[in-house]
Design a protein around this ligand. Structure first.
Ligand code: CIR
Length: 412
């Protein structure tokens, strides 16, 4: 298989060919009000309807000629070999914050007891309730209960936001270190997939950032504007230092990319990643949440002349002019979430009105509920594929957050 069919992302808008999703599983049913804050949810989605909405999303993609892969399948296919499977489970347990050796041993035995890898992976994603281990071992709960906390292993409800734990950049991967413990656990699946899956192993895939680094970066902040320009948010989730690290690694390996634009956005939950307030929908058209335009500062990072130093410069032009300059286009249209009305903008940004997934130049997937922004996109000549969004949006992510492009066609 040619390299371009394995991993290839040199833009946000090139025709999408292959994408990674995760169909929401029982981890959603393991959310409780007490856990929501720590597990980064604002409400509990109704799983059955969330799955219907997610299937509608996948069907839109398939009917537009996109190959849809699922994280849970790739993870299961990566660990067929018993030695790899055991190492995977050991690492998973090490990061699961289990408070005694005995419990860790019980959990390992329980997980490895699943008769196939796919069921095992589903269980690791769902979390393990205390009573499951009690019923499995037919033992008294007093052996395993330490407190009233209901889980031995926490669920990972954010997995359906496949955009964040890793990101395809060019023909390599940014294997991210996430800001929070709960989301950092998700990156283990990607580690095993890119190391051991038959499609990816032994392919010398560059790893631009590693989950072992100790500053954070998340995929929602990583936007590939074209084959020369990458935009990365300095955000609630991504540290400026991580951007320097990844820029150095990309420039060192002689990728085509020439500049990283670091967008310093306000650090707040509603704007957790750059892609919640800014996405690219055509060669020269972008969605933007008007609230970030005032406070936004952009830095350009380019290769330094020697010793791999970076040139970092604060840009003084307005955003449109910065984009015109670096993307080499004559004009830029900023499509404002909520059509610029403060109330509509606030409501629709909260429900991911600026978080479009572009599947071809000028063609995007959007949530139905953001009707004000959607109308404006259409008025700007953008073709919409509209998906249902009552339940999925409760996790605070939209179509871009829910998809990780693996292959896009190169732009002309
Ligand atoms: N790229 C994105 O903005 N992803 C959305 C992530 C939502 C998730 N509940 C989180 O807080 O991480």
């Amino acid at each position: 298989m040619s390299k371009e069919n394995i991993l290839n992302v040199y833009s946000e808008i090139g025709k999408l060919k292959k994408v990674l999703l995760h169909r929401p599983g029982k981890e959603i049913e393991n959310l409780t009000p007490d856990l929501m804050d720590r597990l980064l949810f604002d409400d509990i989605p109704y799983m059955e309807v969330a799955r219907q909405e997610h299937d509608a999303f996948a069907n839109i993609l398939r009917s537009n000629d996109v190959e849809v892969l699922y994280l849970e399948d790739l993870a299961a296919e990566s660990i067929k070999n018993f030695g790899i499977k055991e190492a995977f489970v050991d690492e998973f347990i090490k990061e699961a914050n289990i408070d005694s050796i005995k419990k860790r041993e019980l959990v390992k035995e329980y997980i490895l007891g699943f008769s196939n890898e796919r069921d095992m992976v589903d269980k690791m994603m769902e979390g393990i309730r205390k009573e499951e281990i009690r019923d499995y071992k037919k033992t008294s709960l007093t052996d395993i209960v330490g407190s009233n906390y209901p889980f031995i292993v926490d669920p990972m409800p954010n997995l359906y936001f496949t955009r964040d734990p890793f990101a395809t950049i060019g023909q390599g991967i940014s294997l991210n270190h996430m800001r929070t413990v709960t989301r950092n656990r998700e990156t283990l699946f990607a580690k095993y997939i890119f190391k051991y899956h038959p499609e990816y192993k032994d392919k010398n895939i560059p790893i631009w950032f590693d989950r072992e680094n100790n500053t954070s970066i998340e995929g929602g902040d990583e936007l590939i504007l074209n084959n020369k320009v990458i935009a990365i948010g300095i955000s609630e989730r991504t540290d400026a230092y991580s951007i320097e690290t990844i820029a150095k690694n990309i420039f060192e390996k002689d990728e085509k990319f020439e500049v990283v634009l670091a967008f310093d956005i306000p650090k707040k939950r509603a704007f957790m990643h750059l892609d919640t307030v800014f996405t690219m929908v055509d060669y020269n058209k972008f969605t933007i949440h008007p609230e970030i335009e005032g406070p936004l500062t952009v830095y350009s990072i380019t290769r330094g002349s020697k010793d791999l130093k970076l040139n970092i410069k604060k840009e003084t032009m307005c955003l449109s002019d910065i984009l015109k300059k670096y993307l080499e286009v004559d004009d830029v249209t900023l499509i404002r979430c909520g059509a610029g009305n403060t109330i509509d903008a606030g409501r629709e940004q909260w429900n991911d009105g600026s978080n479009t997934l572009t599947i071809a130049p000028g063609e995007v997937v959007v949530y139905a509920r953001n009707h004000v922004t959607n109308r404006l996109l259409e008025q700007n000549g953008i073709k919409l594929h509209v998906m249902p969004s009552s339940e999925l949006s409760r996790g605070r992510g939209g179509p871009r957050c829910m998809s990780m492009p693996l292959v896009r066609e190169n732009l002309r």
